[in-house]
Design a protein around this ligand. Structure first.
Ligand code: HPA
Length: 282
């Protein structure tokens, strides 16, 4: 069934505009266990998803359900504390609705964070990986059935995660404790974890880590021409021929992501100040 997305976005944005006229420049999606990243701050507006038309309530622990709008060091941004996952049963246009809504509020770029399992031999729990590309194995696409007279139906995905964004983030890291890599994110629908054969397959096709989010939001961001800084927090290793992966629990994912959150927050705060005006971003 075609989805008349513009009307849905309009209604969601109207519920926000009834409360605030704040215009964010950067949008941030906070992944599993990273909601606390911004909890201590003063916000211009804090809007529960229950007050936003068409926004469901997140059902997963570690995802709160609040849209935050305000400044960090003078930089206007909005943050989604709580995301909607495909595995919760939401259709793709709802999973990605927050990206369209943030775009309509005014954002010019998007930061996507997530928790991911790593099978690249050098990626360890607690490391950050900057997403340089992704592979969509959801078996679905968030633009399927989307009807909008103003948006491209076949957007290019070749420059989704611009290199200047990644390089700047990498250069900001002065902590000897925190390791930052670059890698290819494989997005799967979940919620089951992967079989050993699937992990072998992901390695063969050029992936470095796997997770159950990000890809749908990134594709919609491409349609809206929003450049992305994508960051995975590695919460566990996926080792196919041992029983290690059986130990991966959602609680563990939340705990590892939560431990890395303060480092991530500090780097993001500095990254927001970087001047990218000399680059031709999409
Ligand atoms: N697999 C899929 N998604 C994940 C994992 C994993 O091992 N860890 C965190 N998100």
């Amino acid at each position: 069934m075609p989805v008349a997305i513009d009307a849905i976005v309009h209604e969601a944005v109207s519920s926000i505009r009834n409360k605030t006229d704040f215009r964010p420049y950067t949008g941030i999606i906070l992944g599993s266990g990273l909601g606390a990243l911004f909890r201590q701050r003063e916000w211009t507006a804090t809007i529960p998803y229950t007050d936003i038309a068409h926004f469901p309530q997140p059902t997963v622990p570690g995802h709160e359900g609040t849209l935050l709008l305000g400044h960090i060091d003078g930089h206007p941004l909005c943050a989604l504390s709580g995301r909607f996952h495909y595995y919760e049963g939401h259709p793709m246009h709802i999973v990605t609705l927050p990206v369209r809504v943030m775009h309509a509020l005014g954002i010019q770029r998007l930061i996507i964070t997530n928790a991911a399992g790593a099978y690249h031999p050098q990626f360890q729990p607690g490391d950050l990986v900057l997403i340089k590309d992704h592979i969509n194995l959801f078996g679905d696409n968030p633009l399927r059935g989307i009807h909008s007279p103003t948006l491209p139906q076949f957007p290019s995905l070749l420059q989704l995660y611009p290199q200047p964004y990644r390089r700047a983030f990498m250069q900001l890291n002065t902590s000897a404790e925190l390791r930052i890599h670059e890698g290819v994110y494989v997005g799967v629908s979940g919620p089951s974890l992967e079989t050993a054969a699937e992990i072998h397959f992901f390695q063969k096709i050029g992936g470095d880590m796997v997770g159950m989010s990000t890809v749908p939001e990134a594709i919609v961001a491409a349609q809206l021409k929003l450049p992305i800084l994508g960051i995975s927090v590695i919460t566990n290793r996926c080792i196919p021929d041992t029983s290690d992966q059986e130990d991966t629990t959602h609680e563990m994912v939340l705990q590892v992501a939560g431990n890395t959150a303060p480092h991530l927050y500090e780097l993001l705060r500095q990254w927001l100040k970087v001047d990218f005006s000399k680059y031709q971003l999409p």
